[in-house]
Design a protein around this ligand. Structure first.
Ligand code: HPA
Length: 269
């Protein structure tokens, strides 16, 4: 099934050799518009592919080039709070693997758990805390992809993080680094949860990304993750986050993130 879906995508998008795939988070579609020679297919036209149901998420798979680098872009992601089974996210990652993807870039909108990390900031994800209670690898393990008990110790590839920091410095884009904590959602956190998560060692909280990274690390993909901080998490500064605020702030930061990632991809080996 995975092979067939991958074949259909390959033909529909005339794919050659996409080393890198990128998943765009809420309100972060800007990156997709910078791709050259872009070709796309709607998720609904891909057999056996999930649909994304959240506003701010487009629901299309795009192939495009940045210079001579061919990349695949998932414009719209799948959240567990939409009701997707966690294994569906592993399936999407396995389709990318089947298409030859070696490197996954994940982006998301997230709430800040630290007063020093303000809305508009970009945060390179150094590590995560899976607080969702779900895991995409539950069920029979396919040893062709990876082991039953994979390590998550170095899920966010050090080499890619270092490269990304160098590029941010060169472009004079401020880049923080921190730990992303995933909640299942869809409700925003209580202020007690926000205080607790800060004490647990997390810097940002969101409702995505972790299942994708677990599945990608399991099948030996390199991973780079960046959060756009769209708001202070609930109660951190006497505030109440909203999806509207998330989309507006993500839109404002989108250009900076696009510049950073475009340069990162162009300079990749
Ligand atoms: N909490 C959870 N998810 C989020 C937030 C938040 O404050 N902001 C953007 N995504």
């Amino acid at each position: 099934m995975i092979e067939q879906t991958a074949d259909i995508i390959k033909q529909a998008l005339s794919l050659e050799n996409p080393d890198t795939a990128i998943i765009l988070g809420s309100g972060l579609n800007g990156f997709a518009t910078t791709l050259e020679r872009a070709k796309s297919i709607a998720y609904k036209d891909i057999p056996d592919f999930p649909q994304s149901t959240v506003s701010g998420h487009k629901g299309e798979l795009i192939r495009g080039f940045l210079g001579n680098k061919e990349i695949l872009c998932l414009n719209g992601r799948f959240h567990l709070y939409e009701g997707h089974e966690p294994s569906v996210i592993a399936k999407v990652i396995h389709i990318l693997k089947e298409l030859g993807v070696k490197r996954l870039i994940v982006t998301n909108a997230a709430g800040s758990l630290q007063t020093t990390l303000s809305p508009g900031a970009l945060m390179l994800i150094s590590d995560h805390i899976n607080f969702s209670g779900k895991n995409p690898l539950v069920g029979a393990n396919d040893d062709n992809y990876g082991p039953r008990f994979p390590s998550m110790n170095k899920a966010y590839t050090l080499k890619l993080r270092q490269k990304c920091k160098e590029i941010a410095q060169k472009l004079q884009i401020e880049l923080n680094e921190g730990v992303y904590l995933m909640v299942l959602g869809p409700n925003f956190e209580t202020s007690a949860e926000v205080r607790a998560f800060g004490k647990l060692g997390a810097d940002a909280v969101g409702m995505s990304t972790v299942p994708e990274v677990i599945a990608a690390a399991h099948c030996s993909m390199e991973v780079l993750g960046i959060s756009v901080i769209t708001n202070y998490a609930a109660g951190l500064v006497d505030n109440t986050p909203s999806h509207q605020e998330t989309l507006e702030e993500a839109d404002k930061a989108s250009a900076r993130l696009t510049t950073l990632l475009t340069e990162f991809i162009k300079e990749e080996d």
